[in-house]
Ligand binder design. Structure first.
Ligand code: SF4
Length: 384
C-alpha cells in the first residue's frame, strides 16, 4: 500500500506524458494548425493550473469559448439586480457577480449606496435567508444549465412566499451553435463540459456535430481527462469525423440525468437574449415559465432601471475585448490592458472579474499558453 495515501490516478504524470506523446503523434499527421475550443471555465482553470498548454503540440491551438457564466451575464441583467437592490429589495447572489459592472455600476456599488446584497454559495442558502429574515429576498440566478437545475429544484420544493428569482441563467448548446457558425471562426472541434453533459447527456451534441461538421468530445476536469479528450478530438479532426465521443463515461450518459432535466424544463423555458460581448443567442437564455410568475422577480416587482445612475463606459472599458476572447477569436494576451491596467484587483472587463473568466485565469497562473515565456516582461513568470 502506498504510505502517502491513495494515488491520484487522474493526475498520474506517467500517464499524462503518454497522452501528450500520443497527442503529438496525432498532430504530427496534420500539416496545419488546428484550433479546438472548450466551453467551460472549470476546464480553463484545470488547463492553466496544471500547465497543460505548455505540453501541447505547437500546431494545436486550444481556446476557451463562452464558458464563463459571469462573463456572459449581460449588463441589463445586472442593472435589473442593482435597481432592485436600490429599491430596497434584498438581493442574494454568487460572490463572483458582485463586482461585474452593468451599465450603471455593479452590485458592489449598489451595496455601497445602501442596498442589501448577500453573497451566497447556493440558491438553498438564499432561501434560508428569506426564511430567517422574513424580508423579500430575490435570488439573482446566474450560471448555465448545471446551476439552473439547482434553482429549479428549489422552486419545486415550495420556497417561502417572500422568495423569488431573477433569472439570468444561460443555456450553452445554442451558444455553441453561434460560435461554430461565426464567419471568423477557426474552430475545428469542441471539448464539451462534463458537468453540463452529466445533466443534458452527450446525445444533445449529436445534431450540432452533424450540422456543423465538427467533432465534439465530452471531457471531465482532471488533467488526464482533458489530455485524453484532446487526443481523441485530434484523431477525429485528422480523420474528418464529425461525431460525438463521450470521454467522461464515469459521469455522463447519452440521455443525461432525466430527473434533473424534467425539473429544469418544468420550471424554465428558453428565450432569445444577449450574451454579453458575444451576440444575441436565440434560445440562449433560461427564463421562468409563466406558471411560476409568482416566483419571478421580473413579474413580482416593477424594476425601476430608470432610477439607476447614468454612467458612460470609461475609455478603458471600451478597449475590452472580452467578447472576441469568448468567441475564440482572440486571447487575453491580445488585449493591451491585460496585466497592466486590467488586473484582478482593478478589473476593466468581466473576464478579469470572475474566477472562471479567461483573463483572470491566465493572469492567476502567469497566464500564457506557453508558461515558459511572458510577453510582458520577456522572462518566465507572472506579468508585472
Ligand atoms: Fe477585458 Fe481586461 Fe480581459 Fe482586456 S484583460 S479583455 S480589458 S477583461
Amino acid at each position: 500500500m502506498n504510505p502517502s495515501g491513495p494515488r491520484l490516478e487522474f493526475r498520474d504524470p506517467v500517464r499524462a506524458h503518454g497522452l501528450v506523446a500520443a497527442l503529438q503523434q496525432t498532430m504530427d499527421g496534420i500539416d496545419r494548425t488546428v484550433t479546438v475550443m472548450h466551453v467551460c471555465g472549470s476546464h480553463e482553470q484545470a488547463i492553466a493550473r496544471f500547465g497543460l498548454r505548455a505540453s501541447l503540440p505547437a500546431n494545436l491551438n486550444l481556446v476557451m469559448g463562452p464558458g464563463c457564466p459571469v462573463c456572459i451575464t449581460d449588463m441589463p441583467e445586472i442593472d435589473e439586480a442593482c435597481a432592485l437592490a436600490l429599491q430596497g429589495v434584498r438581493i442574494a447572489t454568487y460572490g463572483d457577480m458582485m463586482r461585474v459592472p452593468g451599465t450603471a455600476g455593479s452590485l458592489a456599488d449598489a451595496q455601497a449606496a445602501g442596498g442589501t446584497v448577500d453573497v451566497v454559495y447556493s440558491v438553498a442558502q438564499a432561501v434560508e435567508i428569506a426564511r430567517a429574515s422574513g424580508e423579500e429576498v430575490v435570488f439573482f440566478a446566474t450560471g448555465f444549465e448545471t446551476t439552473a437545475v439547482a434553482t429549479a429544484a428549489v422552486l419545486l420544493a415550495n420556497p417561502p412566499r417572500n422568495f423569488s428569482v431573477l433569472s439570468a441563467h444561460k443555456y450553452i448548446p445554442p451558444a455553441m451553435e453561434i460560435v461554430a457558425g461565426m464567419p471568423a471562426t477557426r474552430v475545428e472541434g469542441f471539448v464539451a463540459a462534463g458537468h453540463a453533459a452529466t445533466i443534458t447527456g452527450y446525445g444533445i451534441f449529436e445534431p450540432f456535430a452533424a450540422r456543423h461538421r465538427v467533432p465534439v468530445v465530452v471531457a471531465g476536469f482532471e488533467p488526464l481527462d482533458i489530455l485524453a479528450a484532446l487526443v481523441r478530438l485530434a484523431e477525429l479532426v485528422r480523420d474528418r469525423q464529425p461525431v460525438v465521443v463521450n470521454m467522461f463515461p464515469r459521469c455522463v450518459t447519452r440521455d443525461g440525468n432525466r430527473n434533473a432535466l424534467a425539473q429544469l424544463w418544468r420550471v424554465f423555458e428558453v428565450v432569445g437574449g444577449r450574451w454579453r460581448g458575444i451576440a444575441d443567442i436565440p434560445d440562449g437564455n433560461l427564463r421562468l415559465r409563466p406558471e411560476w410568475a409568482h416566483l419571478d422577480a421580473r413579474r413580482r416587482f416593477t424594476i425601476a432601471s430608470s432610477a439607476l445612475p447614468t454612467r458612460t463606459p470609461s475609455a478603458l472599458a471600451q478597449q475590452c475585448i472580452c467578447g472576441t476572447i469568448m468567441a475564440g477569436i482572440a486571447a487575453p494576451t491580445d488585449c493591451p490592458l491585460f496585466g497592466h491596467q486590467c488586473l484582478p484587483d482593478t478589473p476593466v472587463g468581466a473576464c478579469m472579474v470572475s474566477s472562471e473568466g479567461t483573463c483572470r485565469i491566465w493572469h492567476q497562473y502567469a497566464g500564457l499558453p506557453d508558461l515558459r515565456q511572458c510577453p510582458t516582461c520577456s522572462t518566465a513568470g507572472r506579468p508585472s
